[in-house]
Design a protein around this ligand. Sequence first.
Ligand code: SF4
Length: 412
Amino acid sequence: MELLRKLEILADAAKYDASCASSGTEMRDSRDGKGLGSTSPGMGICHSYAPDGRCISLLKILLTNACNFDCLYCVNRASSNVARARFTVDEVVKLTIDFYRRNYIEGLFLSSGIIRSPDYTMEQVVSVARKLREEHRFRGYIHLKTIPEADEALIAEAGRYADRLSINIETPLEASLTTLAPEKDQRAIRRTMGRLRLKLDETAEAKKTVRRARPPRFAPAGQSTQMIVGADDANDRVILSTSANLYGAYKLKRVYYSAFSPIPDASRALPLQAPPLVREHRLYQADWLMRFYGFDADEIVEESEGMLPLDIDPKLAWALRHRDRFPLDINKASREELLRVPGFGTRTVQRILATRRTTTIRFADLARLNVIRNKVLPFIVLSDHRPQPSLLDGASLRARLRPKPQQLGFGF
Ligand code: SF4
């Protein structure tokens, strides 16, 4: 099979992995000579974030989309009727180097279906990274998907070459994984996550204590995982509490949420419809609240509802449920309290704290602080502003703050 055809199949097969933000866009190209650039057919170039926060382009592909496993939610499962392809190790290395030299990409995201055995597959994945690093002195970003059942030594070796390692937890509930992916074992997945965490901790510790010899490198960008949303009946509260457990127990850098997309010839155990994409978006916002805003998983979603509202963001929803905590005097409130004000991001809070060291913040200062005034004014007190109690307590506040519906494009 031609390399280009393999690339087409194996880049398309990798698109369900959520660790990039470029999928789902409209198809555009410049083959008619008008304009520059293309989003179709994609050919596996996606975007991700480097440890320093830079957005980088990655070649995102599978080594093969053949797989011994038959996970019901996966288009690459053994029983799926899709075109199959497999790269050799050298082909992936060549593609990565060629794309890198042409400035198409800054790194590689490599995953694979499981062929022959988890060890054999992992060895192939590691060989790509080893060749890139050792034979080609490749210094770009490498993200490798780890096969949980693979030998510990192989996973340790993967960490020597990769910037980031990830293992998909797949479903929020262990029971769903048993139904939807019977060959997978969530305990094995968690065991491997635990081992990665130990290696990451050891490396961090060695960096602090070993002064002269540099400790062996191990996945400096840490580990991440992906959870499928909407393939089982786990609600948002369950999903967020699973994420909180994963962040706490395994020090994950990120949990990615991937809205389940119906696949051809799907099992009856799967829903017929994809969840609304905005649900995935709300989960990312809630995840952000847990990681950077000091929220606990179980206070973000109302227990009796179980789901995040889709029409407003989770922080606003929390504030509307806790109106007794507002209005907050932003000239006196603590950092933790300020972070809970709808419309205040972490940078805004930093700016507020810095500004109020030298002056009292007034209404006119809000523009300089880059604050969306309509959103925050019902919740804050300034030296020259106090919201009417009827505004904060009124039933219409939610409707006032809800984003206005937008007209979708007609596609012509
Ligand atoms: S092991 Fe991975 S590639 Fe194979 S069927 Fe399951 S999810 Fe798909």
